[in-house]
Write a protein that binds this ligand. Structure first.
Ligand code: G3H
Ligand code: 13P
Ligand code: ZN
Length: 339
C-alpha cells in the first residue's frame, strides 16, 4: 500500500483507545529499526523527519528510503510526517516530497525559536490546513511552547519557565475551531532532548492535568505529546560506562504517557531515546573492540538497540497488533472526507 495519511492512523487509535509512537529518522538504519519492530509487533507506523533531518539526508534519499519501507512491508500502514514545520513553505515542500502529514508549528516564529502570537499561529496553521486538506494530507498544529530546541533552553526549562509555556485549555478549544487541525500538540512541561527534568518529574513540572482538561473540552481532537522520551537510566548507564559523559537526567515516565493515552493522546513523539540507544550500542562496540572500523559492526548493533526501544514503546502504547486492523485510506480518498 502507498504511504497513508496520518489521520487514518490517529482515528483508528482513538476508536480503539491506543497511542502511536512517532519516531524521528535521519538515516537508513533508523528507518530499518522502526520497520523491523513494526513487523515483529504488527504495528502501524508513524515516521517523522525534522527540517534538520531533511537537510541531513537530502529529501531524495529520505523519499526513496521511505518508498523502500513501503515496498518491503506492504501490509504495514506507514505515515510519513514533517516534524516541526517552521513555515507554510516547509510544509508545502514536504507535501511535494510525498509526506502524508505535516506539522505546522506556528507556536514559534519562522526562526523556530521565538514564541509567536496566537494570531500568527492561527494564520499560518490555517493556511497549511487549507492546502494540505485539499490534497488529503493530515495537519498537526501546536499551541503552547515546549522547552529544548524550541526556545533555546538546551538544558530544559526551569519549573517556572515550564509553567509559563503550558497550553491554555480554553485557547486550545478556540485554536482547533479557528484552524480545523487534525491533531494538536500541547505543552505540558516537557522539553526536547535528554535534559528534561533534574529529578523524576512530579505533577508540578509534568502537568498531565492540562491534557485531561483539554481532552474534556476537545474529546474528538487527537492530542500529541512532544518531548516524550523517557531517557532510560539503563541507557545513560551504558553510555557512561563506556566513556560517555551524560549528567544524571530524567525523562517522561512511560506510565505518564499511558495516562496521557487514556485522555486523548494519540501521537507520542520519540527521538532522544533512540539516539541514546544507538549511542549506547556504538560506544560499547568501540570500548570493547577499539580496533573495529567496519561501520556495519557498530551501526548494526545501533540498529538493534533502536529496534528494542521501538518494540517496547509500540507494545506499551498499545499500537502492537493493529497494523492489519487499520481501515486504510489514501490521501486521494481523504480529500472527499475533508470536503
Ligand atoms: O523536534 C525534535 C526532534 O528531536 C528533532 O530534532 O531538529 O535535531 O532533528 P532535530
Ligand atoms: P524527545 O527529544 O523527547 O525524544 O522528543 C522528540 C520530539 O518531540 C520530536 O518532535
Ligand atoms: Zn517536538
Amino acid at each position: 500500500m502507498p504511504l497513508v495519511p496520518m489521520r487514518v492512523l490517529l482515528d483508528h487509535a482513538a476508536e480503539n483507545d491506543y497511542g502511536l509512537a512517532a519516531f524521528n529518522v535521519n538515516n537508513m538504519e533508523q528507518i530499518q529499526a522502526i520497520m523491523m519492530a513494526a513487523e515483529e509487533t504488527e504495528s502501524p507506523v508513524i515516521v517523522q523527519a525534522s527540517r534538520g533531518a531533511r537537510k541531513y539526508t537530502n529529501d531524495a534519499y529520505l523519499r526513496h528510503l521511505m518508498l523502500a519501507a513501503v515496498e518491503l512491508y506492504p501490509d504495514i500502514p506507514i505515515a510519513m510526517h514533517q516534524d516541526h514545520g517552521n513555515s507554510p513553505e516547509t510544509c508545502f515542500s514536504a507535501i511535494e516530497q510525498g509526506f502524508t502529514s505535516v506539522m505546522m508549528d506556528g507556536s514559534l516564529d519562522a526562526d523556530g525559536k521565538t514564541p509567536a502570537s496566537y494570531e500568527y499561529n492561527v494564520k499560518v496553521t490555517k493556511q497549511v490546513v487549507d492546502e494540505a486538506h485539499s490534497r488529503g494530507v493530515t495537519v498537526e498544529g501546536e499551541l503552547g511552547t515546549l522547552g529544548g530546541i524550541e526556545d533555546g533552553h538546551g538544558a530544559g526549562l526551569s519549573e517556572e519557565e515550564a509553567r509559563e509555556h503550558l497550553t491554555d485549555p480554553q485557547q486550545a478549544e478556540q485554536f482547533c475551531a479557528d484552524t480545523n487541525v487534525d491533531a494538536l500538540a500541547v505543552a505540558i512541561g516537557t522539553s526536547h532532548g535528554a535534559y528534561k527534568f533534574k529529578q523524576k518529574p512530579t505533577g508540578d513540572v509534568l502537568v498531565m492535568s492540562v491534557i485531561e482538561e483539554i481532552h474534556k473540552r476537545l474529546p474528538n481532537t487527537h492530542l500529541v505529546m512532544h518531548g516524550s522520551s523517557s531517557v532510560p537510566q539503563e541507557l545513560q548507564d551504558i553510555i557512561n560506562a563506556h566513556g560517555g559523559e551524560i549528567p544524571q537526567t530524567y525523562g517522561v515516565p512511560v506510565e505518564e504517557i499511558k495516562r496521557g493515552i487514556e485522555h486523548g493522546v494519540r501521537k507520542v513523539n520519540i527521538d532522544t531515546d533512540n539516539r541514546l540507544a544507538m549511542t549506547a550500542a556504538i560506544r560499547k562496540v568501540f570500548a570493547e573492540d577499539p580496533g573495529q572500523y567496519d561501520p556495519r559492526k557498530y551501526l548494526g548493533p545501533a540498529r538493534e538497540g533502536m529496534k528494542k526501544v521501538c518494540l517496547d514503546r509500540m507494545t506499551y502504547f498499545g499500537q502492537a497488533g493493529n497494523a492489519p486492523k487499520v481501515p486504510v485510506k489514501t490521501c486521494k480518498e481523504m480529500i472527499d472526507f475533508y470536503k
